[in-house]
Structures are given as C-alpha cells and as structure tokens.
Design a binder for this molecule. Structure first.
Ligand code: CA
Length: 445
C-alpha cells in the first residue's frame, strides 16, 4: 500500500529564513514573541470592507495585495503572492510546498532590515489592531484525533473502563469526523449548548449543559490533497501539511458521555475555535524533533505507519497553554489564571502518521482540511489540557486563586489558548491566540 522508499524532504531544510541573526525593518517584529521575521505565518484579514490574504510581521500585517501593487515581487513569485492574497488561502495551500517555500523566501528578503526598498513597502503594512482576522481558509472537512496517551488513559479510568487505553489506540491513530460548519476564528463567543445529559443524581435532563469544557489542541491544515483511492505514504505526509494552527475543541461533556455510542455528535458539533494565523511547516522546520520512542510495551506497527524520516523528526517542539479569565477577573482588570501548560511530547502518533492513516483507505483530503491532534494532556496535573481531567469530571474543582473555583466553565468565562515553538539556537515563534468567551444558553428546557 505504501511507498516509503520515497522520502521527499527537500522542502524541509533549515535555510536563511530561519537564521536567528535575521532582523526586520518592521521594528516590532524584532524580539516579538509571536511573529518575528523567522515566522511569517499566513492569514486572511478584513480591513476597509475587503477580505484578503496577509502575513503577520510583529504587530503588523503585510497586505499582499498592496505589496503586489507596489511591485514588490518578481518572477514566479508574483503569481504565488497573488494567489495567497485572495480572500481564502485554499488555492495557495493547494499549490503545494514548493510555492509556499518560494513565497516565504521572497517575504523574508522583503521584510529583512537589509532590503534597500523597505521604505515604500511601509505603505503595504496594516496594524493588526486595525484589521479583523477571518478564518484562513474554507475548512471542508475537520477530523479530530486522539493522540495523547496520558489523556486517553486518564479519561478511560475516569469512565471506569476495564481497558482504559483500548488496543486500537496503539495500533492506529483514532479519530472522529468533526463538524466544519461550526469552526470559528479566535474571539468568537461560544454559546452554551442545550442537550440531553445525566445529572449527578442520575436523572436524565434536557437542559443547558453544565459540563462545558475546553480542549487544548494543535491542528494541521492540509496543503496539496490526494486523489480518491490514492493513499499518501507516511514518508511523504509532511509534504501535504501546509501549516498549523491552535484549536480549542469546545466540548459539552455530559451530552458527549450520554450520546457517545457511535462517536461524538452534539457534544462537540456546537463550535470549535481556531487561531487565525497559519504557521507554515517551513517555519517549523527548526523545531522538528524525534517522534516518541517506542518501547517493548508498544505493538509492532504495520509498515504503512512507519518512516525513518518521521521517526527522526516527526514531532514538533511546541508548547501550548490555556488561560482562563472569569467575568470577575475581567471586571477587576486581572489577567486570568494559566490553567495548563503542555507540549507535544504526549503525542503517541505524529501528524504524518495521522495524515497517512487518514488516507490509507483511499479517503481523499483537500486543501484546507483540518486534522487536529486531540487534547494534548501530559502526565502532570499542570499539563492536563481540559477541565474533565483537571477536575476529575467536575468533582474536584480547580482553585483559581482569587476565591473562585471551577469544576466546569461558567457563563462569562474566557479561555485563550497560546502556543510557541522553542529550540535552543533558534528564534522562538508563536501561533497567536485562540480564544472565546462562554455565553449563556439560548434555549432552556
Ligand atoms: Ca478533541
């Protein structure tokens, strides 16, 4: 089924765009925690009534349309930049990594402090505070995986399962098909859903769900897709990932736990949040790290899930955190409480394995499809990336340190996820924010 002898990683090299000494003439980019010149993430923004593609640099957006007007690009890059400037990134993503690598290289030169033509390009900058960020692309399909072993084990025990980690978890990357029509960008409020769930006394009710939770995840956005019936070998999977964004898979646990016979449905489909800037695979090359070391306890994998290149560099050195800010904290001007910090060490599977497994039955992926990691919980309490784990299903409320406690999210609570890639010798890059405030339910029982 697979052809792992072809391992095309020629687009995955560390080059001048990652040079830690590189600085930008956009002063706010130098030392910026999210968007230094080494990052250059793509996104879609609205400003002046028009929606179009741009690149984050410091606290500014380089308006690709305006940069094209100024004649900033030359050669083949003109067409690529024009495609990236459209009101959705799908066509640009579908051009593949050769195109995004070329544009990244050109942008790195344009925004470098050594660009002699920097002066006129200032006209193509728009402060991020003047723009409204949109979804970066049409997300045709959304698949949410389950890749954290500690998360799976802990929730299995919480539910009292005889086998907390089912055998399938270690044999293949488990997932469910999510709802793409309800994916929203950072800042969109989440309305508490109403549904069927069991109260603590065992009575089944149809009411606004109490057990509202967040789930901290990282999502891969597909670049070039695959034809129906033609799987993507794991060794080539990285070439099909355009980039990554933050994901909050808001969950109504009570609804999910009562309904889940065939898989998650209304407990998940009410809304999912994503961050607006897509950090490209190329920007993350320096942060590649070895995949999880398999032990004697792990089953032998079928060959279609194994690639030497993926084992050597299939994981990303990315740290994610969630900040919970209650309505009371906002009123007091308090910053909120960081409720978890975790990294991708907990992932039993790599994104390449997830993508390759997804296509292994011939399923086709399209540019803009979203593949999320599942809740990225580690071993320690501070690394538990959802309240279900942190509060043992709401039974051990979390002390927020200001006199408030939370078993589950209350109306008015705001959850903001952030993520950063770190590695010694390189400039850290960030993913921006993925947040939203909980609004009261519209429908009562
Ligand atoms: Ca999830």
């Amino acid at each position: 089924m697979s052809n792992n002898s072809v391992e095309s990683n020629e687009m995955d090299l560390i080059d001048h765009t990652h040079d830690p000494a590189r600085r930008s003439w956009v002063q706010s980019a130098n030392g910026h925690s999210e968007f230094p010149i080494q990052n250059l993430p793509f996104g879609v923004f609205k400003q002046g009534g028009r929606q179009r593609g741009g690149v984050a640099i410091g606290d500014q957006i380089l308006d690709l349309d305006a940069a094209l007007e100024l004649g900033a690009f030359s050669g083949d890059v003109v067409d690529i930049a024009r495609t990236a400037s459209l009101d959705r990134l799908n066509k640009f993503m579908a051009m593949g990594k050769e195109a995004s690598t070329s544009l990244r290289s050109a942008l790195s030169e344009l925004l470098s402090e050594h660009n002699p033509n920097a002066g006129k390009l200032t006209q193509a900058l728009i402060p991020q505070s003047d723009a409204s960020m949109q979804l970066p692309c049409d997300i045709g399909d959304f698949t949410d995986f389950l890749t954290s072993l500690p998360h799976t084990d802990r929730l299995g025990r919480l539910k009292g399962l005889a086998e907390p980690v089912p055998a399938a978890f270690k044999s293949l990357p488990v997932a469910y098909h999510g709802r793409s029509s309800t994916i929203r960008v950072n800042g969109t409020p989440v309305v508490r859903p109403t549904g069927q769930w069991r109260r603590a006394d065992g009575k089944l009710v149809c009411a606004p769900v109490e057990s509202l939770d967040y789930e901290v995840e990282l999502g891969a956005l597909i670049g070039r897709g695959n034809e129906l019936a033609v799987p993507i070998p794991v060794g080539q999977a990285q070439q099909h990932i355009f980039g990554y964004c933050l994901v909050n898979d808001w969950s109504a646990k009570g609804i999910q736990w009562f309904e889940q016979i065939l898989g998650p449905f209304l407990g998940k489909s009410f809304m999912t949040s994503v961050s607006p800037w897509v950090v490209t695979s190329q920007a993350l090359v320096p942060f590649r790290s070895p995949a999880r070391v398999r032990t004697d306890d792990d089953p032998t994998l079928f060959p279609y899930l194994v690639s030497e290149a993926d084992l050597a560099s299939g994981r990303l050195a990315v740290e994610l955190s969630a900040n919970l800010r209650t309505a009371a904290m906002r009123e007091q001007g308090a910053p909120g409480r960081r409720v978890n910090v975790s990294d991708l060490q907990c992932m039993y599977w790599t994104f390449a394995q997830m993508l390759s497994h997804h296509t292994s039955n011939g399923c086709s992926l399209r540019a803009g499809d979203l593949l999320a990691s599942g809740t990225l919980s580690g071993e320690t309490p501070d690394s538990m990336a959802c309240l279900s784990e942190r509060t043992a299903g709401g039974t051990k409320p979390l002390d927020l340190g200001n006199g408030e406690v939370r078993g589950w999210l209350l109306d008015g609570d705001e959850v903001v996820i952030e993520g950063h890639a770190h590695k010694a010798g390189f400039v850290s890059i960030g993913f921006g924010s993925c947040g939203g405030v909980v609004k009261p339910a519209l429908y009562k029982d």
